[in-house]
Design a protein around this ligand. Structure first.
Ligand SMILES: NC(=O)c1ccc[n+]([C@@H]2O[C@H](COP(=O)([O-])OP(=O)(O)OC[C@H]3O[C@@H](n4cnc5c(N)ncnc54)[C@H](O)[C@@H]3O)[C@@H](O)[C@H]2O)c1
Length: 264
């Protein structure tokens, strides 16, 4: 019960449809198992409700709040929803991230560039901006931003890479700006994960079978030639959310089976 008595918000707590578990859903379930009460934020309320049902069926506590993080009005309502439900806000995991429509800088359309930036970077900035005042008031809080190894590795996806690099910089900025208030801000950089968004998304884009995408991605991972899962992101998030990480802020933590240290 490492999060006993804490209230946590997971933004992007639903997931893309598929058989495996997404990063946000796994994190929400694990946080609840460790004693936290969860506000499950997603633009897809039905998917967040599936996460809630999983948590409640295990005896945990969770509520759904529908919000699109590209809408300032929606985001402004998130802190009140958590304070009304649980009386405090201790943890925020920013899990939303998209890459659909992305291409190289030579090819990507302005529309897709803007949509990806609005979601991956500006939306995350807005949720932090909305929720940090409550954490400052409590003089404690832990924010975990989900970036990507793509932010520091080569990838053909220009907007995804650049927006996630912005997430890293935003994390470091927020860590410094809020350190005096006892609010910690860290980022996780997942590598190749076996989540529905990644596998289903790439298979659809390339017109190939999901199993083909899976085996190609597995082969690229140094550690055991095996992708990570949503649970790997969840366990790293649990550590950063817990008091065990009370002296850790501004860290960009790869959770990638060694992918980011392979050079050459
Ligand atoms: N899966 C991977 O291999 C991988 C690798 C590196 C980083 N990541 C990052 O992990 C995070 C989650 O990935 P996942 O595979 O679990 O994705 P996912 O698509 O399963 O989950 C993301 C959730 O965010 C929600 N969402 C999307 N846009 C939203 C918006 N504007 N407002 C509110 N909710 C919105 C979706 O409805 C979905 O439920 C993303 O930030 C992604 O970039 C994933």
């Amino acid at each position: 019960m490492r999060l006993q008595g804490k209230a946590a918000i997971v933004v992007g707590a639903g997931q893309s449809p598929g058989d495996t578990i997404g990063n946000g859903r796994a994190t929400a379930i694990l946080f609840a198992r460790e004693g936290a009460s969860l506000l499950l934020v997603d633009r897809d309320a039905a998917s967040a409700a599936e996460t809630r049902d999983m948590i409640v069926s295990e005896g945990g506590k969770a509520e759904v709040f529908q919000a699109d993080i590209t809408s300032e009005d929606d985001v402004q309502r998130i802190p009140a929803a958590c304070l009304d439900a649980f009386g405090r806000i201790d943890i925020l995991q920013n899990n939303v991230g998209i890459g659909t429509g992305d291409q190289s800088a030579a090819q990507v359309t302005r529309e897709n560039w803007d949509r990806i930036f609005d979601t991956n970077l500006t939306g995350m900035m807005l949720t932090c901006q909305a929720i940090i005042p409550a954490m400052r008031e409590q003089e404690s809080g832990s924010i975990i931003n989900i970036s990507s190894v793509a932010s520091i590795a080569s990838t053909p996806m220009a907007a995804y890479k650049t927006s996630k690099a912005g997430v890293n910089a935003l994390t470091q900025h927020l860590a410094m700006a809020n350190a005096a208030y006892g609010v910690r801000v860290n980022a996780i950089l997942p590598g190749l994960m076996d989540t529905p968004m990644a596998i289903g998304g790439f298979a659809a884009r390339r017109g190939t079978e999901q199993e083909q995408v899976r085996s190609e991605r597995n082969a690229r991972v140094p550690l055991r030639k095996q992708m990570g899962t949503g649970w790997d992101t969840a366990y790293a998030s649990l550590f950063l959310a817990s008091e065990e990480a009370q002296f850790i802020t501004g860290v960009l933590l790869p959770v990638d089976g060694g992918q980011s240290i392979r050079v050459g």
